[in-house]
Design a protein. Structure first.
Lengths: 205, 205
């Protein structure tokens, strides 16, 4: 089977970052590609009745400890950004624009490069990716035309594309970041990637 | 190191059941024993600001799907009980009584046997383990004296022991079921048992 794996994530989600560093290798192992799909947990939480993880008593403290521990386990750099959580609207719209304008202004792999660069800016370099100017600088750092992207971010069709993508995610039952979807099977959590790998190996169970 | 692994669980928690079937093998592999510690999520949720998993929109539906899928993955029988969630006060007190009265009326392994029997009664045989009479019948089925246990459940010191245990769990930062504690390191979730295994293998990271 050659269909892609849908990888839903909020750029503000630490577990989204952790999983983003592993998903491509898992997909590739099974002859799949990754469809990067940013979502906005703020909008989803209104439907799901949840709140940002770190705001919960007890669970929030555990999460802060676990983000760092889980990053150490897979040997990737991680530090909690000073501004957290952030609204990743600009960065997410930027992905929609990259999808809409690929082949035209750049190839598909630019989106992958941009996703990794934004996550790194936030979780390694402590940059406030909630700020559209920061998003544009990150884009520039991976050779994406900053002015074209700025125009894209202001484009109503791009704003609508993100809104539609978030609603489609909700309609699909997605409530958290990351969520990996393999042939309509949802797996929530960065700690489920091994399960995703086994699912792909066995073709379900 | 020969200290035990603390395994905190709510009998009403499906993920607690799933993990209960795997934790002994992991502990044994690393020369550890399992300290079964029932907790009451109802009391903990008051502190943590959470609610039973299945009551959340989206997340609840996912959870129901995931309970069954995760059980299939590890090849154990599972079906959602008709009455869910249940208040597992009686079953949890019964564990406190078994701990308090071991060596005296029975050996330590009886607690392990009882924990598995209660989980099976609930998740395999669809019995309402919220009912104290059901708990006593399950006890009887694993050769525990039913009348002695009934007296134990009514004993104020046993009631207090459970209350204290739940408070101690909260003080330790525990907010969900199952939580596995290895040398003061908390791991929340049945999907973290592989991580617990790796942690024990490497001695942390």
């Amino acid at each position: 089977m050659s269909s892609s794996i849908d990888f839903y994530f909020d750029f503000s989600s630490p577990y989204g970052y952790l999983a983003s560093t592993r998903i491509e290798a898992i997909a590739e192992k099974h002859g799949r590609s990754v469809n990067w799909q940013p979502i906005l947990l703020g909008a989803i939480f209104k439907v799901s009745g949840q709140a940002p993880l770190t705001t919960y008593p007890l669970r929030g403290d555990y999460a802060l400890h676990d983000f760092a521990r889980s990053a150490r386990e897979i040997n990737i750099p991680f530090s909690m950004p000073d501004t957290f959580p952030v609204g990743a609207v600009a960065a997410s719209r930027a992905c929609c624009w990259l999808k809409a304008s690929s082949d035209d202004q750049h190839d598909h792999s630019k989106l992958t490069e941009f996703v990794h660069a934004i996550f790194k800016a936030f979780y390694v370099h402590n940059q406030n990716i909630g700020d559209a100017d920061v998003v544009l600088s990150v884009a520039e750092s991976v050779q994406i035309n900053k002015d074209s992207m700025a125009a894209g971010l202001a484009d109503q069709s791009i704003k609508d594309a993100l809104k539609t993508a978030v609603q489609e995610a909700i309609d699909r039952g997605i409530f958290g970041s990351p969520t990996t979807v393999v042939d309509d099977e949802l797996f929530w959590g960065s700690d489920r990637l091994d399960q995703v790998d086994r699912w792909l190996s066995r073709g379900g169970w």
